[in-house]
Write a protein of this length. Structure first.
Length: 106
């Protein structure tokens, strides 16, 4: 998925807003004031930090070892970083976004 597709999908989720609290290079998506995605617009390939359950964190890293890594500058137990390099299918990325959103909304 491209960044604009990720942004468009995430903004369809209720009470989602975009902002740049960490500078113009980091697009942040929040719901109810809590971050569920951080997209690094300057990195190449672009990256997306997202929240997941501790079990999913490990499974995702194992399933996509060339695309998903421990969360960069985040708690490694609860956050992963996805390299947007087209290895992970769009369906998987949408699921990741939805799970991250739901974990933060609780």
């Amino acid at each position: 998925m491209e960044i604009d597709e990720i942004l468009n999908y995430a903004l369809t989720l209720p009470e989602t807003e975009e902002c740049f609290p960490f500078g113009e290079d980091n697009l942040v998506l929040k719901t109810k004031g809590k971050i569920f995605l951080i997209i690094d617009l300057k990195a190449f390939p672009n990256t997306m930090n997202y929240k997941a359950t501790p079990d999913d964190i490990i499974d995702q890293r194992d399933q996509y070892p060339d695309a998903i890594f421990p969360g960069f500058h985040m708690n490694k137990k609860h956050w992963n970083t996805l390299h947007l390099n087209k290895i992970a299918p769009s369906k998987v990325i949408k699921e990741i976004i939805h799970v991250s959103y739901n974990l933060v909304r609780k």
